[in-house]
Structure formats: structure tokens, C-alpha cells
Ligand binder design. Structure first.
Ligand code: ASP
Length: 304
């Protein structure tokens, strides 16, 4: 297999725990409020084949906070719409002088393919059902700010596990650091293979069992169309899996409530839960900036 370009971040699975810890440590030294010219003159290409609010804007803010120049290319309104292939788009962006490409794509493996053919670092901003490494890193960063360490923590991941790249990256990261993980969701959203993904992984049937005594509750987005496709009624999902204040109380008193966004109030969680003091949903978004500053600095060899 061709090697991926140096500095690329394609997934959490292939990172060693020390590399992850190094990135988190670097993120702690990044201050989005104070512009640092660490990446002055560098060109960060944001190539988005799927919609994004948080990931795209926080990579953009991260890059400009480090003095880089950003250019956004979206599938609509670009040559991609005219049928240009992924690699040809990559060669074009490279030819235009991109120093790093941040890519979100509906197909798993698209960032890897690009990283194997270009000699500039490629950062995966979410690829199909595969991985979303920067989300896992910002979630780990958020947890550690509250809980000090990941080792020994009990984390419940609830929702559509099967389709979730956020879940996949989080599972890889948390298990590398010795956290215990409980998965919960409708059986249609819980692949059998989930149990073999990582040691220390459990599956529970009821959301009450999943939440009881945990340190962190990580919710995932649940798409109404997917529920309909699996013939799961909205009412049934809400009755069985929605996180309500009563269910949240089963967790440890100081448990964190997380969600990568976009949240759907009234489906995955109630509005009260989204806004309660234990909810760190907004903090996760905020933490995305220093974490992505660290990712970009590492990619361009400026990780000091
Ligand atoms: N925003 C996250 C992602 O792009 C979570 C989600 O959309 O389900 O993967």
C-alpha cells in the first residue's frame, strides 16, 4: 500500500496513545484568542463534499488563528459538480499551492486515497461511516478537562452507533486509554461486530442500564429517515432511548452529557437535558478550535 503523506490525520485507529496524548497536550497550549503566526503564509484547503457547520468553521478559525490562509471548496458550486474525480480535485488543489487539505467526504477511505496520492498532509474531517478523528480528539480533550484522565472512566454511547463515524473514532480513542464503554441503541443500530471492536466494550438493552453509574454519556445523532428506513417509529425511539432528566439522574452526579451535534431536541434528548449544567455540548464546540489548531500545527510540522 502506498504510504499516506506525512503529517496526515486519517483516523484514530492507527494512532498510538502517546501520539494522541501529544496532540491533546499541544491543544492545551493553543489559544484561539491570541493569534500566533505559527502557520503564517500556509494555505489550508477545506474540501467539503458534505454539509458541515461546526467542523468546517472550527478548522477555519483554527487555521486563521495560526496565521494561515484558508480556502473553502464545496462540492456544490465547484468542478466536483461537473463530475471531476476526487483525485483530480486533489491534484488541482495541490497545483494551486495547498499546503494541507482538510477533507469531509461521504465515502469511507476518501481521505486515505488522497493522502496516498498527494505529498501534502490530508486531514480527515469525517469520511462516510468510517472515522471523525478531530471530533474524538476534541471529545477526549473535553472529558479530560473535567475528569483529569480517561483511564477507568465509564462512558455510555447512545444512539445510532452503526452509522456513526463519531462513535467509531470515540471507541478507538477511549479504549486505547483504558476507558470502559457501554453501547446502547436499537438493535438495528448496533452491529454485532461492535462487541469485537475493542476490549472493554459492552452492549446493554435498555438506556437505563447503559446510563446507570456512568461518568460520561455520549449521545449520537439519530436521523429520522434512518429510523423510518429501519421501521422504528419516532415515538418508540423516544420512549426507549431519549435521554430525559429522569434518565440522566441515573448517571453519576457529576456525569458529563456530550453530543457532537447537530442535536435534535425532543428526539435524542430533551431540551432540558441539552441545556442542563451537566451538558458540555457547547463546550465541545469551543474546544474544537484549540484541538484543530494542534492538528494543523502537527500536520505542517510546527508542533512546538
Ligand atoms: N457532525 C458529526 C459528523 O459529521 C455528527 C453527525 O453529523 O452525526 O459526523
Amino acid at each position: 500500500m502506498t504510504k499516506a503523506a506525512r503529517g496526515s490525520l486519517l483516523g484514530i485507529e492507527q494512532l498510538r496513545a502517546e501520539e494522541i496524548a501529544g496532540l491533546l497536550k499541544l491543544a492545551r497550549r493553543m489559544n484561539p484568542q491570541k493569534t500566533r503566526p505559527l502557520l503564517r503564509g500556509k494555505r489550508v484547503l477545506l474540501l467539503f463534499y458534505e454539509p458541515s457547520t461546526r467542523t468546517r468553521s472550527s478548522f477555519e478559525i483554527a487555521a486563521t488563528s495560526l496565521g494561515a490562509i484558508t480556502t473553502l471548496v464545496q462540492s456544490s458550486g465547484s468542478s466536483i459538480e461537473k463530475g471531476e474525480s476526487l483525485l483530480d480535485t486533489g491534484y488541482t488543489l495541490h497545483g494551486l499551492g495547498a499546503d494541507v487539505i482538510v477533507i469531509r467526504h461521504p465515502n469511507a477511505g476518501a481521505p486515505l486515497l488522497m493522502a496516498q496520492h498527494l505529498d501534502i498532509p490530508v486531514i480527515n474531517a469525517g469520511d462516510g461511516m468510517h472515522e471523525h478523528p478531530s471530533q474524538a480528539l476534541l471529545d477526549a480533550y473535553t472529558i479530560v478537562r473535567h475528569k483529569k484522565a480517561l483511564k477507568g472512566l465509564h462512558v455510555a454511547i447512545i444512539g445510532d452507533i452503526y452509522h456513526s463515524r463519531v462513535a467509531r473514532s470515540a471507541i478507538h480513542l477511549l479504549s486505547k486509554f483504558g476507558a470502559m464503554i457501554t453501547l446502547c441503541g436499537p438493535p438495528e443500530f448496533l452491529p454485532e461486530v461492535a462487541a469485537t471492536l475493542a476490549p472493554g466494550l459492552h452492549i446493554t438493552r435498555t438506556v437505563e442500564d447503559a446510563i446507570r453509574g456512568v461518568d460520561v454519556i455520549m449521545l449520537l445523532r439519530v436521523q429520522k429517515e434512518r429510523l423510518a428506513g429501519m421501521k422504528i417509529s419516532l415515538q418508540d425511539y423516544i420512549a426507549r432511548y431519549q435521554v430525559t432528566m429522569a434518565r440522566l439522574k441515573l448517571a453519576k452526579k457529576d456525569a458529563l452529557l456530550m453530543h457532537p451535534g447537530p442535536i435534535i431536541r425532543g428526539l435524542e434528548l430533551t431540551g432540558e437535558v441539552a441545556d442542563c449544567p451537566q451538558s458540555v455540548i457547547v463546550e465541545e464546540v469551543r474546544n474544537g478550535v484549540p484541538v484543530r489548531m494542534a492538528i494543523l500545527a502537527r500536520a505542517l510540522g510546527r508542533a512546538r
